[in-house]
Design a binder for this molecule. Structure first.
Ligand code: ADP
Ligand code: ZN
Length: 764
């Protein structure tokens, strides 16, 4: 009625006086830009767009003095009085329906505060690029034989095409099935023997990528008749809150092979039986093909979100999931944002893995995001690991999360005996990187008809090249990192930036002719093993040999088929693999990561050695582990060698507590970078000073510490100098508030860049 009234008056009055009064009320959309402007902005929603502007859709808005149109996310809508300063109007709506539910909007806002990231940045991160670009599958026309009488007798190849086109088929598929060229098909179309009959989505890759069973030979992982009693009580702990429709976090702390995956599978099964969906996060999809296969073998509709999907495939899967047509979603970190409308369960396998934290902004941790979602949706969250992170362990000790232990392997197989070899003993070095005892172990396994896995967490041939006379080490020209020697070709490759350089023939510092290759990488290890065991079939698995798509699966399939006797590799081989014939696992250098300048170095070492040890002795042949180390008495090594991860936790927690390191406190790390070394140190010092001033004004400044600034452990990367500083304290919220307050008013010089990492998982 009011509308009618105003339009009537509009006809008669050119400059109506009532506009003033009416304009005080209206509908306002709050929008967030993906980049540039940090603050949410308010725009007026014009009447023509009232029906379509809604939270979760993207809109076009004019920005700046030039009113350039930008795409922004509408995050809220309200009607009411307009502010006294005039608002610009929304120019248009971008999406047919919301891309983000109200809950996802809440989540992204929380994430932006939790990890000090811009809201727009978070919004972009939770939507796959294919969805943002609205990338739809291209349509492919369908062809069908018309059955018309041919003027001339068709050739044999034309007949084959017509036979294959008896039912509608795409041109691509037709040519594949009949072996005919495009030209033959075109000719048949021209002379009316073939015709177009509608079209179909070109989504063959999508099917292969996961919505349908994998085309790789599934390993038979039948549902076991009976769960072990530890498995039963773990499953019960998950099903109780699941059935009650409430949130609870359950940690499955189970040695490798204790049947954790079976518990996930049965919990997912029950979730599906209620018509609900389950999200299963795994560390890196390409590293856990076996886990994916087991989910695919057990359930009909599994979407596997892996990094090889194209934007179009992602978009298609996203739509399938949001339409509720997919029951199980398996994927890496970002799969936690899968838009499942009927979520019933979240599982995170190998929850201690650092890949669950994103290394670029927004630097979120999928475990915390999963907890937020599980709480909001009222569903159980299951975290599983043989070596839970100390953060998770502490939450269980505090009684916030429920821990279920699975202390034994299923089927009665024993954990392997672990032998440590002290590398300080010269005798153990006599044969190069492989000690006599490790050699004896390999012989034992091969003689017993078993397989061997050797872990060395360093790629390349030699880890550095050094002058024997003056000690000079060849370094990357643009990073402060020693060059790793790669063969063939005597190339020096920087593992920081990937730059390849020719290694000098003589020392650039003192001209001495003799440069020695120090430290063994996987390449040299492979060479030594081949020389030692000429009759064994040896393969290497690291990022150098696994560059091509599918190479990882091929190598693992060959290993499973017993076409490989000895598998040499980096931590790639440590995870989630179940090969019953592995009788020996050798850890060539357990200390490789122990002395890194990172407070989690011991935890990482214990986790890696425990994980890789768990690959041994899974079958009836039994197994052993040989761990080579220069620090056999380190608690991390001792605990891994005695399969007593809890002992490590007990020794490590008091150390963390004394220093207020996580899980007893929070850390905000700031990394400053610039090509100008002086500028880096000045700016890092400036930020640290401002932080110290702010900290001093707080009620309890003693509990808060500002550490640094100091050069970061990797002091130069890609020609940029790097300095870092940290703020630590018991309460993360207070730290974030202090850092926000200080950084909000900074006027960053042009030649300096800096990032904030809340609760970092690596400190290099
Ligand atoms: P984890 O995930 O803890 O490493 P898995 O679930 O992979 O353990 O179990 C290890 C092996 O034991 C797998 O081959 C699995 O099929 C099998 N398994 C699991 N639970 C049982 C059971 N209750 N009875 C018999 N076999 C089982
Ligand atoms: Zn470099």
């Amino acid at each position: 009625m009011a509308d009618h009234h105003t339009s009537q008056r509009q006809l008669f009055e050119s400059q109506p006086q009532w506009v003033e009064d009416d304009a005080r009320r209206g509908t306002i959309a709050t929008v967030v830009l993906p980049d540039g402007v940090e603050k949410p902005l308010d725009y007026l929603v014009p009447e023509s767009l009232l029906a379509t502007v809604e939270p979760g859709r993207r809109v076009r808005v004019p920005l700046g003095r030039a009113n350039r149109e930008r795409i922004a996310y509408c995050v809220a809508i309200r009607s009411g009085e307009l502010p006294s300063t005039p608002l610009k109007s929304v120019a248009g709506v971008e999406d047919d329906s919301p891309l983000l539910s109200p809950r996802m909007l809440d989540l992204t806002q929380w994430m932006s505060r939790r990890w000090m990231a811009r809201w727009g940045e978070v919004l972009e991160a939770v939507l796959p690029a294919g969805v943002r670009l609205q990338r739809r599958s291209r349509m492919a026309p369908l062809l069908v034989a018309t059955g018309a009488t041919p003027v001339r007798k068709p050739t044999p190849s034309q007949l084959q095409v017509l036979a294959a086109a008896a039912t509608a088929i795409t041109a691509e598929e037709l040519s594949r099935q009949s072996g005919a060229s495009k030209a033959i098909i075109s000719r048949l179309l021209r002379c009316g023997l073939l015709t177009q009959a509608g079209s179909t989505e070109r989504s063959t890759r999508l099917l292969k990528s996961g919505l349908v069973k994998s085309d790789r030979t599934p390993i038979s992982h039948d549902r076991p008749e009976q769960l072990s009693s530890a498995q039963s009580s773990a499953l019960e702990a998950i099903l109780t809150p699941l059935r009650a429709g409430r949130h609870e976090t359950i940690v499955l702390f189970g040695v490798t092979g204790s049947g954790k995956t079976e518990v996930y599978l049965q919990a997912v099964e029950e979730t599906l039986s209620y018509g609900k969906q389950a999200i299963v996060l795994v560390p890196e999809i390409s590293l856990t093909p076996q886990t994916c296969d087991r989910f695919r073998a057990r359930f009909g509709s599994v979407a596997v979100l892996h990094s090889h999907l194209t934007a179009t495939e992602r978009h298609a899967q996203w739509r399938e999931i949001s339409a509720g047509r997919v029951g199980v979603i398996v994927g890496a970190r970002s799969a936690i944002f899968a838009p499942a409308p009927r979520l019933g369960l979240i599982v995170i396998d190998e929850e201690h893995e650092t890949s669950f934290k994103q290394a670029t902004a927004p630097r979120y941790h999928a475990r915390d995001v999963a907890e937020w979602i599980a709480k909001a949706e009222g569903v159980p969250l299951v975290l599983g690991s043989a070596t839970p992170s100390l953060e998770t362990f502490a939450r269980c000790l505090r009684g916030e999360w429920k821990m279920c232990s699975l202390a034994n392997r299923v089927g009665g197989s024993q954990l392997p005996a672990v032998l440590t070899v002290d590398l300080r003993d010269p005798k153990s070095r006599s044969l190069g990187a492989v000690s006599p005892r490790l050699t004896a172990g390999i012989k034992w396994a091969l003689a017993g008809g078993g397989q061997v896995m050797l872990l060395l967490n360093r790629r390349g041939f030699a880890t550095h090249v050094q002058c024997r006379a003056c000690g000079h080490t060849a370094r990357c020209p643009q990073c402060d990192i020693a060059l790793t020697l790669h063969q063939p070709g005597n190339r020096g490759i920087c593992h920081g930036c990937g730059l390849v350089s020719r290694l000098p023939g003589k020392c650039p510092a003192c001209n001495a002719p003799e440069l020695t290759q120090r430290g063994t990488g996987t390449q040299r290890l492979e060479e030594q093993i081949r020389a030692c065991f000429p009759e064994a079939r040896v393969a290497r698995m690291d990022t150098d040999t696994m560059r091509s798509r599918g190479s990882h699966e091929r190598t693992l399939d060959a290993f499973r088929a017993r076409e490989i006797d000895i598998l040499v590799g980096t931590q790639m081989i440590a995870k989630g693999l179940d090969f019953p014939a592995v009788m020996l696992v050798g850890v060539v250098n357990a200390d490789a990561a122990l002395h890194l300048a990172d407070f989690r170095a011991a935890e990482r070492t214990c986790q890696l050695v425990t994980q890789v040890s768990g690959r041994s002795g899974r079958g009836p042949l039994g197994g052993r582990v040989v761990v080579q180390t220069s620090t056999p008495d380190h608690p991390a090594i001792l605990a891994a060698a005695s399969h007593d991860y809890e002992a490590f936790v007990r020794s490590e927690l008091p150390i963390r507590e004394a220093l207020s390191y996580p899980p007893f406190g929070s850390i905000v790390r700031i990394v400053v970078r610039s090509v100008d070394e002086q500028a880096v140190s000045n700016w890092a010092t400036h930020i640290a000073d401002r932080l110290r001033v702010e900290v001093a004004t707080r009620a309890n400044p003693v509990a808060l510490r500002v550490l640094g600034p100091a050069p970061a452990p990797i002091t130069r990367l890609r020609d940029r100098f790097r300095w870092h500083l940290q703020v630590q304290g018991p309460d993360g919220e207070i730290l974030r508030e202090i850092v926000s307050k200080v950084t909000a008013s900074l006027k960053t010089p042009d030649n300096v860049a800096w990032i904030v990492d809340v609760d970092p998982v690596e400190m290099l």
